[in-house]
Ligand binder design. Sequence first.
Ligand SMILES: *[C@@H]1O[C@H](CO)[C@@H](O)[C@H](O)[C@H]1NC(C)=O
Length: 358
Amino acid sequence: MLLFLVAVTLLRIDSGRCGLPFYNGFYYDHVMNDKGNGNEEIHFNGVKLVVETPGDPVFTYRGANVTLSCHYHYDPQPDKPRMIRIKWSKLQEDSTTDKDVLVAAGPKHRDFGDFQGRVHLQQDSPRDVSLVIHDLRLDDRGKYRCEVIDGLEDESGIVDLELRGVVFPYQSPHGRYMLNFHEAKKVCEEQDAAIASFEQLFKSWEEGLDWCNAGWLADGTVQYPITFPRKPCGGKGLAPGIRSYGERHKNLHRFDVFCFSSDLKGEVYYLAHPWRFTLEDAKQACQDDKAEIAKVGQLYAAWQIHRLDRCDAGWLADGSVRYPIVWPRPKCGPPEPGVRSFGFPKHGRFGVYCYKMN
Ligand SMILES: *[C@@H]1O[C@H](CO)[C@@H](O)[C@H](O)[C@H]1NC(C)=O
């Protein structure tokens, strides 16, 4: 009877998909199917496949190497080793389909897209299928699914990878509320940053971020963080929190954006120089110093992570003028630490912040 049921299930899956059985994103080739005869399938019926991943998020920095832990076992342990397939994929915030990261069957591995050449399975022990990612990028953060597939059995676990870093609001040089979602993503990338996730904004709000202009987030919603409730920012009576405009039209609606930046591979510094520059001269001065004019995301990361503190206004690559203050003091802006901004001056001469790769 059991044998009959298994046979029917296999037939069902077999039909309707170009003759190849299809399951969870894999076409099983006949080699795989021939390995398991009917008896093994029946034996497998009483066996549970268990996949274990850590419950807490993994926190690290941009540029680091990270291991996303994933182990599996059978309960009870089968007598013979079984042929399995591993599939690691990344859940997409703005889409229902996952992004392939790596698939493995026996010694064969294949990696995909931006992950090519940066990922491998750890395999320190027989049932270890942890994923190692090298040289983490800002957009690597997110949820990863570790999927173990044994014939028709399929179990998976999720690992949450988060980066430590800093969230900063960004406004277009052309003024307030000028960016649609796609432009918002692009301006963050131009500042060596990525559009922030809700989790990142929430964490920054917990750390005291207060900003009264609404900005796009990676999930396509528009929100802003308020620590000190006041009339123009949702009302005085409303508790502190993240105010949300909800999901907005990605092409038609325009706001500011929240960007996220993490650790740097280089160093940001204020260029010591006897005179002040126009923007063009400032760019050249950094190049003459074998560096580049710094981007806004780099200045924020230097301020937050490397505690850069300098009470001198300097040009940045986007044409804005800013300076980073860790220890507030008289004549250096408001009493809270922060990156002060002079906006995008049309004229005037200032210092410059440069960025040099290590
Ligand atoms: C990451 O791993 C590569 C290759 O093993 C190594 O060369 C590099 O130094 C590592 N990076 C960090 C930040 O540990």
